[in-house]
Design a protein around this ligand. Structure first.
Ligand SMILES: O=C(O)Cc1cc(O)ccc1O
Ligand SMILES: [Fe+2]
Length: 437
């Protein structure tokens, strides 16, 4: 199956899977074409400024009150929501994990969500959660509605297909997708088991960052984002919708597929993006700029420049800085940094940080290149160097991130991570050159 997309970020789109299904000139005709029901899906308050106002009109076989109405409690103990403070024993300190093991038992995407960190408060619509998903089974006649936040998918292994109310998105490692808050969808596996990272954004919607003096081009360009065309299912089979609402899980049983939107228009919609389309702008003479230059998407908070989440990537690029220590510097940061690796090697941690693995460097806690990276880069011949075949990323938030009981107890948690800095010796000997023997 090849999905079809419309291009642009935040555009007002219109799309119909059957000719004439989209009413012309009005949103709510007395009788919508094909006997469809008209329904508005509001992603922002009605009165939000135009720049952040998001809503779509959906023309569907049944209104969603026929899909999602009677709930029973459901248990998904590993999919947690903020706040989860102080579950992980010692709450602070740098942490790194090898990949979450693939499950042996049959596991769908919903069953395979494992929360690694949470930040903020889901009911206050502020903060986020970093998850890993593992799945070896497609969701069949099963769907998810997450009222708690939009979901940013970062696949690491295995292609997945996101069948949503507003169309079908396929993504592979190197691509991302965002499913808006409240959208119903299911996840299918395209080529076997899948694993990836998931950022659940409780706060302001992910948007393109300002470019400032960079100007009108580069970084993530709006035209490279893709939103699916309308696609609907008219399938009458017993089906389950899982609902996550204020951190609790529910389920509702219905007799048909809820993916029954025949046409839609608006600017509240899912999208995908190929991270390899990102055009990095960096230091072309000296020094290592702040990683914010690699921000793909940002979830704003009410405070300017203080993101609820920045999603930044570290992909292919040239390093050309003269008389420069080229990897990231040592630092402490008021924001907290969850990192993952999709493929390749990360220049500050060539060993130990592997694809599918992850690390957490929390608010104001020190970190930086490991001993090997420091030694190598301090002594390297500074010819232009291409970092190839690599894609690391960061979910960075203004809020501290808390481990869950699950992530603190994961068998793949590296108990020797902080040893990676143990070799860093004193080079100070009172002379301006220092001692580099
Ligand atoms: O800690 C990290 O590896 C992420 C990071 C990368 C970088 O280039 C600069 C700062 C930073 O926090
Ligand atoms: Fe950092």
């Amino acid at each position: 199956m090849t999905s079809k997309y419309m291009t642009g970020f935040g555009n007002v789109f219109e799309t119909e899977a059957l000719p004439g299904a989209l009413p012309l000139g009005r949103n709510s005709p007395q009788k919508a074409p094909y006997g469809l029901y008209a329904e508005q899906l509001s992603g922002s308050p009605f009165t939000a400024p135009r720049s952040t106002n998001e809503r779509s009109w959906l023309y569907r076989i049944r209104p969603s009150v026929r899909h999602v109405s009677d709930f029973e409690a459901h248990s998904l103990p590993l999919w947690r929501s903020a706040p989860t403070p102080h579950e992980g024993g010692l709450p602070i300190g740098a942490r790194r994990w090898d990949p979450v093991p693939m499950p042996e038992a049959s596991t769908t995407f919903v069953e395979g969500i494992r929360t690694i960190t949470t930040a903020g408060d889901v009911s206050a619509q502020s903060g986020m959660a970093s998850h890993v998903y593992v799945a070896n089974k497609s969701m069949e006649d099963e769907y998810l509605l997450n009222a708690d936040g939009e979901l940013l998918f970062v696949p690491e292994h295995g292609d997945i297909r996101l069948c949503t109310e507003m169309g079908v998105i396929e993504i592979e490692a190197g691509e991302i997708a965002v499913i808006p808050r409240g959208m119903i969808f299911r996840v299918e596996l395209v080529d076997g088991p899948a694993r990836g990272y998931l950022c659940e954004n409780y706060g302001g919607k992910l948007a393109l960052p300002e470019r400032g003096p960079i100007g009108a081009n580069c970084l993530a360009n709006a035209r490279d984002f893709k939103t699916p065309v309308a696609a609907f299912e008219d399938r009458e089979v017993p089906s389950t919708i899982f609902v996550k609402w204020c951190g609790r899980h529910y389920r509702t049983e219905i007799g048909h597929s809820p993916l029954d939107v025949v046409a839609w228009h608006g600017n509240y919609a899912p999208y995908k993006y190929d991270l390899r389309d990102f055009s990095p702008v960096g230091a072309i003479l000296f020094d290592h700029p702040d990683p914010s230059i690699f921000t793909v998407l940002t979830s704003p908070s009410a405070e300017a420049g203080t993101a609820n989440i920045d999603f930044a990537i570290f992909g292919e690029r040239w390093l050309v800085g003269e008389n420069t220590f080229r990897p990231p510097w040592y630092h402490r940061n008021i924001m907290s940094e969850f990192m993952g690796l999709v493929y390749g090697q990360y220049d500050a941690k060539e060993e130990g940080f592997v694809p599918g693995g992850m690390s957490l460097h929390n608010m104001m806690l020190p970190h930086g290149p490991d001993f090997g990276a420091f030694e190598k880069s301090s002594r390297a011949d500074l010819k232009p160097q291409k970092l190839s075949g690599t894609m690391a990323f960061m979910f960075e938030t203004r809020l501290p991130q808390h481990l869950t009981e699950y992530s603190a107890g994961l068998e793949t948690l590296q108990d020797d991570y902080t040893d990676c800095w143990k070799g860093l010796q004193k080079h100070f000997d009172g002379t301006p050159e220092g001692n580099w023997d």
